[in-house]
Design a protein around this ligand. Sequence first.
Ligand code: 2HG
Ligand code: ZN
Length: 464
Amino acid sequence: MNEAFIAELKELVEPEGLLLGDEEKAPFLKEHRGLYAGVGIAVVRPASTEEVAAVVKCCNKFNITITPQSGNTGMCGGAVADGGILINMGRMNKIRNIDTTNSTLTAEAGCIMKDLQEAAAKEDLLYTLTCPAQESCQLGGNLSTNLGGLNVVRYGNTRDLVLGLEVVLPSGEIWNGMRGLRKDNAGYDLKHLFIGAEGTLGIITAATIKLFPQPKASATAMLATADIYELMDMFVAVRDRFADYLVGFEILPRVAIDIVHVAEPDLVEPFPEQHPWYGLIELNATDPEVDLLTPLTNFLSGYDYPTRVAQDKQEAHDLWAIRHAISEAQKAMGASIKHDVSLSLNRLADFMVEATAKVKEYMPEVIVCGFGHAGDGNSHYNLTQPQDMTADEFNAHHHAFNRIVHDIVNKMGGSIAAEHGVGQLKSEELKHYTDPVEYAMMLQIKKTFDPKNLFNPNKVFILD
Ligand code: 2HG
Ligand code: ZN
């Protein structure tokens, strides 16, 4: 059966877009955290939406499952091939249009985030999505996980930025929803079904995204506090004082800086002495005459916390470099059990305190590194293995740690999946914690779009 399928694929896809040998498939089947092994008959790298549609129709005919993938930087195993074919979007990397009047960018799913930022900047516009993986993550994955990133306080999550989508449906039909409108209430807003769906309802091939004026002034500062409550109070104070100028507010526990310094000893130490918690503040303004540095300095000096306001671009870059390095540095410390969770802003500190007490009670030597996007209530509450344990020994506690942490999140009304998606890492957790009525609605949608369950099976949902 596979021979007939492959023979038909060869008719549909250009030779450079069809990878069949183990060696050529390997980089796309590999999962960067080493948690899952991808298995696939073929890796298809289409060059056009029409090619994607033809391949999907062919898979339908032969009942072959499809795993969509773009930059393959995901944290939850959502883009790991599952026995059928993997469609990697990396060759669909054209920016189709930048409309400076509409202030939108239309690009294909394989575009790298950094390229989109640079293309918008050339037009003196801002592509607002940014994250530490920006040099390799791609638009398709950003849309499919509804990425948040570092600028959410000011500009919102991916979902808030999308005006139009082009999607190849499980039937192989192409939905051209690339309208670029800021008001559009003609029936259901279908694009939101595909954003954050992790390729379970179809493959997003292109999108139209809102752009913003390029900032002409910015200010960056770090402050340190003795506890997380003080830090969250400072977030509220900064937000209320600087309102729309506030782009992001990141929190880092001391251990995050220690981990970063193991991997990258040359990165700066923000203060002469160490502190339990650090907050990183970013402000910007589009009016070049706005001075942000003086009011931020004056404001912070009104508090009794150590603060460091960057005096130039280099200093701002150095402070941000610490934040950008955490995820990779933590990977270098061995196995890490990640909890990408969100809470309302008034519960985030309570969550951190209670979760840390409980996980330490369970395993006193575990390294707790709960950093993240405090302004969005999003904690990357990551647990790193004790250094005298093997990764396998530590990972055996994955479920137990999940239960401890997610029970607290659930009790406090938070979400177990903030911005990394569900993938296969959290599909059981999703089922466990989601209201059965809500879960059933999601399954109904999945079955309506993909009755044969060919699109990214075993990800997000557990089907009966
Ligand atoms: C970040 O904010 C990324 O740095 C990765 O979302 C977080 O590694 C992580 O858990
Ligand atoms: Zn993040």
